[in-house]
Every structure is written in C-alpha cells, then in structure tokens.
Ligand binder design. Sequence first.
Ligand SMILES: [Zn+2]
Length: 388
Amino acid sequence: MTTTLISGIGELTTNVAAGGDPTGTLRDAAVLIDGERIAWVGSSATAPAADEVVDAGGRAMIPGFVDSHSHLVFGGDRAAEFEARMAGQPYAAGGIRSTVQATRAATDDDLRARLRGFIGELRTQGTTTVEIKSGYGLAVAEEERLVRLAAEVTSEVTFLGAHVVPVEYADDPDAYVDLVVGPMLDACAPHSRWIDVFCETGAFTVAQSRRILEAGITRGLAPRVHASQLGPGDGVRMAVELGAASVDHGTYLTDADIAALAASDTVLTLLPGVEFSTRQPYPDARRLLDAGVTVALACDTNPGSSFTSSMAFCIAIAVRDMGMTTAEAVWAATAGGARALRRDDIGRIAPGARADLVLLDAPSRVHLAYRPGVPLVRRVWKDGTAVV
Ligand SMILES: [Zn+2]
C-alpha cells in the first residue's frame, strides 16, 4: 500500500477535541495517509517518511464534508416554481408531486447519469460522504428503483416512501401508509440503511409517521425524521422518543423540543439552504448550541426547496444568520453530519479514520464563511485517493 504525507498544513481542523476545543485545531501540521485510512497526525517537523509527499503550502485542511441529508435521485427541475416563489408565492409541500411525475417519466439511465453528475458536483465542493433519500417515486416499484440507484453511489441510503401522499391516494392517505409499511417497505429495505418520514402539515401526521418509522425499525432500518419545517408540531419529540439518529429542518422549535433534543442522542440537522430558498426565517442555532443540542448542517439538495449542493454556502449562512461561529459551523458540517449518520470513521482527522480530506485554498477555515460563493476547495482525498 502507498503512503502519502501531506505536510505544511497551516491550520488543521481534526475534530478530535483537545483542551476544551472541540475542533482540535493544529498549526503547521501533517497527515499521513496509508491506503484508505489516516495513519498518523502531528507536527510537520516530526512527520514520518512516506512514498509520496504533498506540500500544503500553509493552507488549511478540514475533514471532508458529511452531507447527511439529500434527495439526489429525481427527474426534471422546478426553476419556474422557484421564480414564482421569489415573486411572492409561498412554499408548500405539494410541489413535491410535480417532481414525482418527472421522476416516474425518467429512465433508470437518465436518473443514473444525473445522480453521477451530482456526485461529481459534490466532490469538487469537498463533500466526501452523502446520504441520499428516495421519495419521488411514491409507488412500490418506483421507490425500489430510487433506493437501488442511490445504493450504487452511497452506503447511506434512506427509504422515504413517506415523503408526501401521492395524488392517487389523496382521498385515503391511510391506505397509502398501509402501502408504505407493507409492500413498499419490503421492496426497499434490502437497499436501505435508514427510514425517514416528512412529519408536517400537508404531509404525514405524527400518528402516521410513528407507524411508518416503527415498521421500518422492525425491519432493521434506523429512523430519521423531517419535522418542524413549516410550523411547530410534535414530530421532534416523537423522533427523540423513537431514538432517531437525526431530526432534520427544525425551523420552528419549541422550548420542549429543544429540551428533549438536549437530553437525547438525536442530532438536530439544520438545512439553511431551505430557509434561503423558501424565504422562511433562519432557525437560531445559538439557542440550540447553548442548550446542549448536537447540531449538524446539511444541504437538503432537492429540486424544490433547496437546490444548492454547497456545504460551504450552508456554513456561510449559519455563521452570518444563525449565530454559529465558523468553528462550530465547520464542525457541524463534518463531525455533526457523521454523528447524524451514527458514524465515527468519518468527519474527523485521526489515526484509523477514513482518509477523507479537504485542502482549502485559504489559510483558515474562516474563509469558508468570509468568502461566500468562492470555490475554495483546492484538493480532495476520498478514502485516501486524490479525487480533486
Ligand atoms: Zn429533505
């Protein structure tokens, strides 16, 4: 196996907590890659020899971004809906149905080509792990096809048959829930690690959501939940009760929601691209962090409510508008995402972890928020291989 030493890193964010600093930041640091894993981390001055040496030239390095929430398997786009929204129309969950139509009309190869394009787009922006949900099929064979295609590009696949009630079941949503927990779950579970539900007015009630998640848990899938995006509700507390790895959105959280999250292992994943693109108020991340909630940041890349795939953009919003420091936002976009996926082999730079690394064309991670919209990702290693 080949070893690669990256030395001369001006600022290394390890996310291995040290002396009260959760980011474990090192100066003039070096990282040794051995095969797919990190073998050594320390000072450039004491670095071991390696087959290949890369000079980081004083630039900053962070762990690869872990984007724990995306919807990347779909057909069409909704640019016209975005334009209408920017002209004053409100966002509603129902827009998902137009993407369902376009997705059902697409061939496997159409969806596969699009998906592979997105994976390339993510990599060039520093994302080395992405979770991908189904949810634009809403029929047994269609949902099975989406989780199967997602599994071709990631191990973090989420069955989201309960994204919205399809038009065919508009008069009998409970009959659709029967389908989701029965034949659809049977078809999708073999390709999936996670089960998710959109618990929101206009999508699924708390009772329906609980039934769907419990069915998934029985089949060996672990739960995660979309909740409190469009208004307050009981979805967050239900998710905590069921031991969900993450509750996502949390635009409208009550004090009771925050207390429940703080006392649990459930991560709250903030998706600021959604508030940006739907003109909802940004959630107050400071309030969450000060209460002791574990916070992750993710893109929620989807054609309706957030069509960005830039974790750096989400970090910039979190710092400018949500009360996070850059250190907290970068932690949330890397280690936080890993927690939201219950992974400890990614999101940190330490011996034994996967060698998923991002070298920034900047002396500090602060530039991710300080220089919004600027492509600062210079090099990316995924499982020890340079991919950018
Ligand atoms: Zn989502």
